[in-house]
Each structure stands twice: as structure tokens, then as C-alpha cells.
Design a protein around this ligand. Structure first.
Ligand SMILES: Cc1cc2nc3c(=O)[nH]c(=O)nc-3n(C[C@H](O)[C@H](O)[C@H](O)COP(=O)(O)OP(=O)(O)OC[C@H]3O[C@@H](n4cnc5c(N)ncnc54)[C@H](O)[C@@H]3O)c2cc1C
Length: 598
């Protein structure tokens, strides 16, 4: 046997090295998501349930009431969908209301709100019109975010005031024909000029929201790494006035969020001054990942808004429509949907609030939580829209009702800003890294028992401790104690399955997506349960009832927790009993036979 490694191993090692470089620099504190994979409940990331500060709450109430009044009069989601355009008056109105600068600092004309407050605004817009919500998300959450986070003082002074005020529009251009889910495969090249004063960009971008409307685009392109024969991705600020900027197609025809303009762009020998580099050269992908943390949190807020709208409409219809001499609401199969929708809406709001608070608190690394929120909320809301659709029956199928539009619009959520499959795998692999490292170190220490016995002992104790001890979930209400105990036991159970998976698959876990999916699903349910429990606990402590002060009990929270615990157990039990071999065999056979089963 030759000493050279198989190509797949070499590729895998390269990918792991790149991912490590990209995602992890320096020692990391263990947050809620990573803690779950280590069998811990990092309570202070979740509890007490975050609340918007009193002074901000008053400002936010004012902002929301103005926004509602404007949207009631000026926003027509069905016309936006039909005409495939968001009217300029709507964009101007949102600009006047300061929506595009909600979280931007006041020195640039922003309103200086927290991410939690901004999420309330996005919930309001997302509950009405997905096109408008995505448009705002692109402008505020991803279009100008790189500038806000990584811009130099000069760049911020030059570009931000116009973007924050909405006088100018922004876009974020990462995706290309060969770089979709595989974002690192960007092919657009940025070659430095001989005198080093500028870069020459050549390449294509596709599916870029507001790409042909934007006055400023954050564009990801490949630049040479000085002294090496390699390239890395760098973020550039680009304007359409730069010679060589081409709009290939300004509005690609599409199924949903039709009000947004999704563009194909090309850059042909486009000269971009070196002053337009955003952040450090070669760190573009890291910048993109960080920006998407914000976009994904906003997805959670928009999905919460949509969930609440669906619930309200379904309840209205179920109480009104009569069949078999009863209202629909009297049938158990309709009650089941309504209750499920209420539970979903309650938990999505809790997850979004907690995740947004992590950004506000300046926590070190919340990419696991934002990814969990994105996948969980977009899948939950898809089911919720479907439930509302079903409650309306045939009526939902016609365009005078909003449901067919909502269904079309909601579909993008599972693909945009990271396809859910890719994020599911990401959640598992980022989560597994902590315990994986511990195992690796333990193994290495055990190979040198005399030199490193102390380390082996500590690591072994930590692993064994997590397996024996269920973590404390600090909920002190007798009413909620049973839920806290069940959550705590499930975290221990999850951690044991994490350990088993690492022992069984070792490095191969990188390729085992069935296993990754189960672990990621369990982690997402545990995170969702923790947020829901935290919210419920806070509301009990403050004497509040859910959905305002209408005397309703916390049925939705309880229902969510019961279902979520069951789903977690199911995901974990499938670690041991599953159809994986049959799934692979069937898929392989069908794939080899051109999709025929006859
Ligand atoms: C309406 C719309 C607006 C958009 N706006 C923007 C924008 O403003 N800026 C921007 O940069 N991009 C934008 N995008 C692009 C979007 O982010 C990509 O579509 C998305 O990342 C998926 O890439 P892809 O479409 O090339 O799918 P592909 O990468 O071809 O993937 C197709 C499917 O394969 C599966 N898949 C892929 N990789 C894996 C894997 N490793 N494991 C398991 N399954 C996998 C997933 O199910 C995925 O849905 C937009 C897209 C749309 C449709």
C-alpha cells in the first residue's frame, strides 16, 4: 500500500481546515447551543427571559404604532404580489419611518434600537407582506450590515447616512452559478491592478435581491493571498456606476416574494478602488457568515409575524364557517390545527426574542443559535401556513384570500440565506466540535497515560459527569418544575447520544448526514423548549398570561413543550432504530436507474 492518503481524505482534511479557519479563531466561550452538545444548560443565555428595556419599550411602542398606521393605509400585499413590485411610496414611507435604520447608530441617522426591538418591527411587516419583509431584511439586515460591522470610519461616513435613511438602496451579492450552498466556491475574481490602487472584478452573480435597484452592493470576490499561490474571498463595496457593472436580468420571474426584484448581474473588467474593500482582505466569507447571523434572526421575526397572522385568520374562519350544522371550530381536527398553530407561534416568538437578545448582549458567538432559529422557524411556519390553508378549505385556493400567496412566499424561507439541509448539517458539525475535541484530546492523553494522566482524568470526568448528571435548568416555579426536569433529562440523554455517535463514527461523522440531522433536530427542539420554558416562567413570575391579558392559561406553551419533548425523543430513538441503510440503497438504485421505479 502506498503511503499517500486517498483523495477524499485529503479533500476532507482541507475542508475541515478551511472551516476551522473560517469559523473558529481563538478560545470560544460555550453558549447555549454548544453547551447542549456538551450536556450543559448554559442558563444565562436563556434566562431570565430577555425583555426590552423600559425606555426603549416606550420608543418602540411609538414606532410600532406609526408603522401600523402607515401599513394599514399604504401596504397592499396582494397588489405587490400581482404587480411584482413594491411601490416607491411604500419604500419612501418606510424610509420616513426610519425602518431602514432601526438598529443603526444615531450618528449616521439611525434610530439606535436594539435587535430585539427591530425584530418586533420585522414581525409586524412579516405578518403582512413577505415581499416587503425580505426587501427590508436585505436593506437593513444584510445589505448595509457589513458596513456597520466592518466598515472603516471613512467608509461609514461616506456610505451609511444615505443607506440608513433609505435615500439609497443596498444589496448583498454572494451567490453565483457555481457558489450557491457551497458559498466558498465563489468564482468572481478581483485582480489587483499593477499600481495596487484598485481591483479588477470579473464574474457573475445571480439571485441577488434588489441587485438591479441597489445603489451600493456588498460583493464577494476572490483575491490573491500575497506570497501564496492561493486565493481567498474578500468583500467589496460596489456601485452600479462603476464601468463594467452589468445588469443581465433585473427581475427574474419567480414563484413567491414577487414584490422583490431578484437580479442576475455580471462584472466585466469592473474597476473597484482598493478603499472599497470591506474588512480585512481574504476575510469575506467570515464577514458573510457574520452578516447572515443578522438575516437569519430577522427570518425568525418575520416567521413569527406570519405565524400570528395565520393563527388569527384561521380562528376567525373556524368560528364563522358552519358545516354539518356546526362551526368548524367545534371539530376536533380543526381544534388540533388551531392549538398547534398557537403553540408554534408562541415558541417562535420566544426563540426569536432569545436569539435577538444574544446579539444585543454582544455575546461572542451565536451562529449556532441563529442557524437553529432559521431552520426551526422556517419549517414551523411552512406547516402553519399549510394548517391555516386547510382550515379555509377550497376558499384558500383562490386569489381573493391571502393563503396561496402566503404559501408561495413562505417557500423561499427554507432555501434563502442557507438551505435548511446545509444549515442542519452545519448545526450538528459545529455542535459536535466541542465534544469531538474532548474525545480527541482524551484519546491522545490516553496514549500517553504517564505524561498526561491529569488531563485524561479531567476530560474523562467531564465526559462521564455529563453522562451521569442531568444539568440544572433553573426554573423555581413548582408548576413548571416537571417541565424543567424533563428538559434537563433530555439534555443528558442527548449528550449520551452525541458521545455514542462520536465513538461510533469518529471522523466519518462528517459524511453521516442522517446522523447529523437527528442530532441537529434534537438540538433545535431542546433550544426551542428552553426558550419557550424561559418565556413561560417569566410570564408566570410577572403574573402575565399568554397573548395579552385575556385570561387564557399557558396552554400553548405547555402544548409546545409536550410536543417538542416527544419530537426530541423520537429523533434520538432513531439514532438506534432507523431505515438509513434502506434509504441509501433505494436512493442509490433510483439514482442509477434514471429515476424510474417500474
Ligand atoms: C428569491 C431568492 C432571493 C435570493 N437573494 C439572494 C441575495 O440577495 N444575495 C445572495 O447572495 N443570494 C441570494 N439568494 C441565493 C440563495 O441564498 C441560494 O439560493 C441558496 O443559498 C441555495 O443555493 P442554490 O440555490 O444554488 O442551491 P444549491 O446549492 O444548488 O442546492 C440545492 C439544494 O441541494 C441541497 N443541498 C445543497 N448542498 C447540500 C449539502 N451539503 N447537504 C445536503 N443537501 C444539500 C439543498 O436542499 C438545496 O436546497 C436568493 C435566492 C432566491 C431564490
Amino acid at each position: 500500500m502506498s503511503g499517500t492518503k486517498p483523495q477524499t481524505d485529503v479533500q476532507r482534511e482541507k475542508q475541515v481546515r478551511e472551516a476551522e479557519e473560517l469559523l473558529f479563531t481563538g478560545p470560544q466561550k460555550v453558549g447555549m447551543g454548544k453547551g447542549l452538545f456538551l450536556g450543559r444548560f448554559v442558563a444565562d443565555w436563556i434566562m431570565p427571559y430577555p425583555a426590552i428595556a423600559q425606555v426603549e419599550r416606550e420608543r418602540l411602542a411609538g414606532a410600532l404604532s406609526e408603522l401600523r398606521a402607515f401599513l394599514d393605509t399604504n401596504l397592499n400585499p396582494s397588489a405587490i404580489d400581482r404587480q411584482a413590485d413594491i411601490p416607491r411610496e411604500v419604500i419612501d414611507g418606510l424610509s420616513r419611518l426610519g425602518v431602514f435604520g432601526m438598529t443603526a447608530p444615531k450618528e449616521f441617522g439611525g434610530r439606535g434600537f436594539s435587535q430585539m426591538a427591530y425584530c418586533k418591527v420585522m414581525e409586524e411587516i412579516g405578518g403582512r407582506c413577505a415581499s416587503t419583509a425580505i426587501f427590508v431584511n436585505v436593506q437593513h439586515s444584510i445589505g448595509m450590515r457589513a458596513l456597520l460591522l466592518f466598515g472603516t470610519p471613512e467608509q461609514k461616513k461616506t456610505w451609511l447616512p444615505d443607506l440608513v435613511s433609505g435615500r439609497k438602496l443596498a444589496a448583498f451579492a454572494l451567490t453565483e452559478p457555481e457558489a450557491g450552498s457551497d458559498a466558498a466556491n465563489v468564482q468572481t475574481m478581483a485582480t489587483p491592478s499593477a499600481d495596487g490602487s484598485h481591483y479588477i472584478l470579473n464574474g457573475e452573480k445571480r439571485y441577488i435581491t434588489s441587485g438591479a435597484l441597489a445603489d451600493v452592493l456588498t460583493v464577494m470576490a476572490r483575491t490573491p493571498i500575497p506570497g501564496k499561490n492561493e486565493t481567498a474571498i474578500t468583500a467589496f463595496l460596489v456601485t452600479p456606476k462603476m464601468p463594467g457593472f452589468q445588469v443581465v436580468e433585473p427581475r427574474m420571474e419567480k414563484v413567491g416574494i414577487r414584490g422583490t426584484a431578484t437580479a442576475k448581474l455580471a462584472f466585466r473588467d469592473m474597476r473597484v478602488p482598493k478603499e472599497n474593500i470591506l474588512g480585512a482582505p481574504g476575510k469575506g466569507l467570515k464577514i458573510a457568515l457574520h452578516i447572515l447571523d443578522f438575516g437569519r434572526t430577522t427570518f425568525g421575526a418575520s416567521c413569527t409575524g406570519l405565524a400570528k397572522t395565520c393563527l388569527r385568520l384561521a380562528v376567525e374562519h373556524a368560528n364563522k364557517r358552519r358545516q354539518f350544522d356546526k362551526t368548524l371550530a367545534e371539530f376536533e381536527l380543526i381544534k388540533k390545527k388551531i392549538a398547534r398553530m398557537a403553540a408554534g407561534a408562541y415558541s417562535l416568538e420566544a426563540m426569536t426574542t432569545v436569539t435577538a437578545s444574544l446579539i444585543d448582549r454582544g455575546m461572542e458567538d451565536y451562529m449556532l443559535e441563529t442557524a437553529m432559529l432559521k431552520v426551526f422557524s422556517t419549517e414551523a411556519v411552512w406547516m402553519l401556513v399549510n394548517d391555516a390553508f386547510q382550515v379555509y378549505g377550497g376558499a384558500a385556493y383562490f386569489t381573493d384570500q391571502p393563503f396561496e400567496r402566503m404559501l408561495r412566499d413562505a417557500r423561499i424561507n427554507q432555501i434563502g440565506e442557507g438551505a435548511n439541509e446545509v444549515l442542519t448539517s452545519f448545526i450538528a458539525l459545529v455542535g459536535l466540535r466541542g465534544p469531538g475535541r474532548q474525545f480527541q484530546e482524551l484519546q491522545e492523553a490516553l496514549h500517553h497515560p504517564w505524561g498526561e494522566w491529569r488531563k485524561a482524568w479531567v476530560l474523562g470526568l467531564d465526559r462521564a459527569g455529563a453522562a451521569i448528571r442531568a444539568p440544572d435548568v433553573p426554573v423555581r416555579s413548582p408548576q413548571l418544575r416537571p417541565y424543567a426536569d424533563r428538559l434537563s433529562k433530555l439534555i443528558r440523554h442527548f449528550n449520551m447520544d452525541v458521545s455514542r455517535a462520536l465513538f461510533r463514527y469518529r471522523e466519518e461523522i462528517l459524511e453521516r448526514q442522517y446522523v447529523q440531522e437527528r442530532l441537529a433536530r434534537a438540538a433545535m427542539e431542546l433550544f426551542a423548549s428552553a426558550c419557550t420554558l424561559s418565556r413561560w416562567y417569566a410570564e408566570l413570575q410577572s403574573g402575565q398570561t399568554q397573548f395579552g391579558s385575556n385570561g387564557v392559561s399557558h396552554g400553548a406553551a405547555e402544548l409546545f413543550l409536550r410536543g417538542s419533548f416527544r419530537r426530541t425523543r423520537r429523533s434520538l430513538s432513531e439514532m438506534h432504530e432507523n431505515d438509513d441503510a434502506a434509504v441509501t440503497a433505494t436512493a442509490d438504485w433510483v439514482l442509477q436507474h434514471g429515476g424510474r421505479i417500474d
